[in-house]
Design a binder for this molecule. Structure first.
Ligand SMILES: [Zn+2]
Length: 215
């Protein structure tokens, strides 16, 4: 059984796959999602959150050292039998190198699974994306056009401003090529990378991921 690091451009379905994996493996699987962990610091007035607040709220990337530092803490909490599911921790080459080093130091048997989505589909999906303010489930507005509340938990839903703006989407795609693609190339050279077609259905992708990690 291998640990999983998920990678993929916006709207490639990482969130959906994470939820499926967490449901399937239950407590055996330990989840590290950088954004969630950072945001969880906001419940109290504390020095770390006060520092991170502006960076996160402006959609900027936090320093590599913060991500890898948190990941190190995360690794310290694990038992040998736990399975890792990590997302959002390999956003830049230097960061990815450090995460790989930490995983290798702990002798973790891991794979990076990239959900590969064509660019035009990124535009399509983001333009139609609605997100729940509470549970972050994504819905596709073109499929569920009359949705008023989250279908999962009933909370308010919204569209991200940068989802409806073509230039913002273009910037995200460019940032992906500039920052994440070099990381993926490095991982590929080290035999850690497996690509999965993100155009498949969510269930088909999930089955492929299960096959890959259980090999
Ligand atoms: Zn919800």
């Amino acid at each position: 059984m291998k640990d999983i690091v998920l990678a993929g451009i916006s709207a490639s379905g990482k969130w959906t796959q994470s939820q499926k994996l967490l449901e399937y493996f239950g407590k055996k699987m330990k989840y590290f999602e950088t954004g969630w962990i950072l945001r969880s610091l906001q419940s109290t007035d504390n020095a770390i959150w006060n520092y991170l607040k502006n960076i996160i709220e402006n959609g900027l990337l936090v320093k590599d050292e913060i991500v890898s530092g948190l990941f190190w803490v995360f690794l310290e909490t694990l038992e040998d039998w736990d399975i890792i599911l990590a997302d959002g921790c390999m956003r830049k080459l230097r960061q990815s190198n450090e995460i790989v080093r930490l995983l290798e130091n702990k002798n973790r048997d891991f794979l990076v699974i990239e959900l590969v989505l064509p660019e035009e589909e990124v535009y399509n999906r983001l333009a139609n994306r609605i997100i729940c303010k509470n549970c972050w489930v994504n819905f596709n507005a073109s499929l569920t056009w009359d949705i008023k509340k989250c279908l999962e938990c009933g909370w308010e839903i919204y569209r991200r401003n940068d989802d409806t703006n073509k230039n913002a989407i273009k910037n995200r795609i460019e940032a992906y090529h500039k920052n994440i693609v070099p990381s993926l190339e490095m991982l590929d050279k080290k035999w850690y990378l497996i690509k999965v077609d993100a155009m498949l259905s969510a269930d088909e992708i999930f089955q492929k991921i299960l096959e890959i990690i259980q090999k």
